[in-house]
Design a protein around this ligand. Structure first.
Ligand code: SAH
Length: 220
């Protein structure tokens, strides 16, 4: 693509991105800071060039290796959920994928830590963060089911792959008042929001979702 047609895509994408943000607001994403963060991140740069024209549809898209970039509505819903009832300085994301969700979080948090089990995806995400000058994101190629003990505790943890059962490590790595948002289940999944209150956790079911599975153990 030459420079002019690239600029054309850029202009179109700014407009279609705003249209998407408007739709998310209508669908009930009311947290303006979350919406502003989403309008600051060019989602088309987080998918393959062949899919870039679909980047501002409210749909999940393939990112290779059998994985997907989450649907924007779900990104908005999960991000807004983490912003309730407390600061968002240090955030852990499990399942970097394309890096889009981490990029959105980087506009809202001081420091974002994100863990990915597939080396190629971790590498590609790191390159995107560099290109976009998102310097407050650290990517690690590791099993996210362990959380990130060296950087804990976190104000919030977001898991973007579906857990059969929630790994214990996540609860132990939350600060007092910390939030954990995680999809749970196999065929029928739901999104849960946990909050740490002293030694106890409260839990709220948000809605039905459909994520790729959280795979413990083996790295690729
Ligand atoms: N948040 C991503 C979408 C994630 S798709 C985005 O914005 O694009 C889910 C990701 O979780 C996949 O990339 C998958 O490889 C990763 N994953 C699955 N199990 C994992 C584990 N145990 N540790 C780290 N990453 C994992």
């Amino acid at each position: 693509m030459n420079r002019e047609s690239r600029a054309g895509v850029g202009m179109t994408s700014a407009r279609t991105r705003e249209r998407l943000i408007g739709r998310l607001r209508e669908q009930g994403i009311r947290d303006e800071e979350t919406l502003a963060a989403m309008s600051a991140v060019p989602r088309h740069l987080f998918v393959d060039e062949a899919l870039a024209t679909r980047a501002y549809e409210d749909t999940a898209l393939p990112i290779g290796q059998g994985q997907t970039i989450s649907q924007p509505y779900i990104v908005g819903r999960m991000t807004a959920a983490l912003r309730t009832s407390g600061p968002l300085e240090r955030v852990l994301e499990v399942g970097t994928g394309s890096g889009y969700q981490a990029a959105v979080l980087s506009h809202l948090a001081k420091q974002v830590y994100t863990v990915e089990r597939i080396a190629d995806l971790a590498r590609a995400a790191r390159r995107r963060f560099q290109a976009l000058h998102l310097t407050n994101i650290t990517v690690r190629h590791a099993d996210g089911c362990e959380g990130w003990p060296q950087e804990a505790p976190f104000d919030a943890i977001m898991v973007t792959a579906a857990a059969r059962t929630v790994p214990e490590a996540f609860f132990g790595q939350l600060k007092e008042g910390g939030r954990l948002v995680v999809p749970v289940g196999a065929d029928g999944q739901a999104l849960f929001l946990y909050r740490r209150r002293g030694t106890a956790m409260t839990v709220e079911r948000l809605e039905a979702v459909n994520f790729v599975p959280l795979l413990p153990g083996s790295l690729v």
